[in-house]
Design a protein around this ligand. Sequence first.
Ligand code: SAM
Length: 225
Amino acid sequence: MEGFEEKRRRAVEELKAQGVIRSRKVEEAMLKVPRERFVPERLREQAYLDTPLPIGWGQTVSALHMVALMCELLELEEGQKILEVGAGCGYHAAVIAEIVAPKGSEKPGHVYTIEIVGGLVEMARRNLEATSYAGRVTVIQGDGSLGYPEEAPYDRILVTAAAPGIPPPLAQQLKPGGILVIPVGDPYTYQVLRVARKRADGSLSWEDLLSVAFVPLRGAYGYRV
Ligand code: SAM
């Protein structure tokens, strides 16, 4: 039977062939992070299907292509400080950490990831600890639609749940020149994946790229679900 490493390698090859993975750094990060150790044990064999998988509490880990695409759109670099809203099982944060804070880096960045569901905060922490990402990723429990002002400003911000719009605190907590990626739109059908950049004067410009389907963002600037 094919092992996880081989399945991971084939999944990454497929994403490259589809043009989703375009950079060497996203390719290498996706090759390193063991998704099978982030999903619930009963779903391990399905870890490299390119589809969202249930992680409990009615939530999902995003499909492989969505993790790769968001990483590409964020234009991640070693040394950056990142805010993720929606830690889920911690997988996406680990992929980002591989790029911004690779092992042995002389100028390591850091990933702050906020999760509103207490059970998932524990799951993400456990998974990141078990896979040696805990020192590069901090999991915070709270409403990520308010951002995490304690560590602001951020080079990059990603939201992994569908929002009615760009939450003003996230726009504020982004550095000038920074990039924010967020699905915006109806949480029960489809959203657009919005890529916003902060100009030097503090205003945002953005582009809506493609249609996506995410679970709803809750909290102050999310949906009441
Ligand atoms: N990035 C995650 C991963 O790698 O597993 C997948 C995230 S899942 C698609 C979206 C997550 O956003 C869910 O875990 C959900 O509980 C969380 N969420 C929803 N609203 C939130 C909020 N206001 N603050 C923080 N997390 C929120």
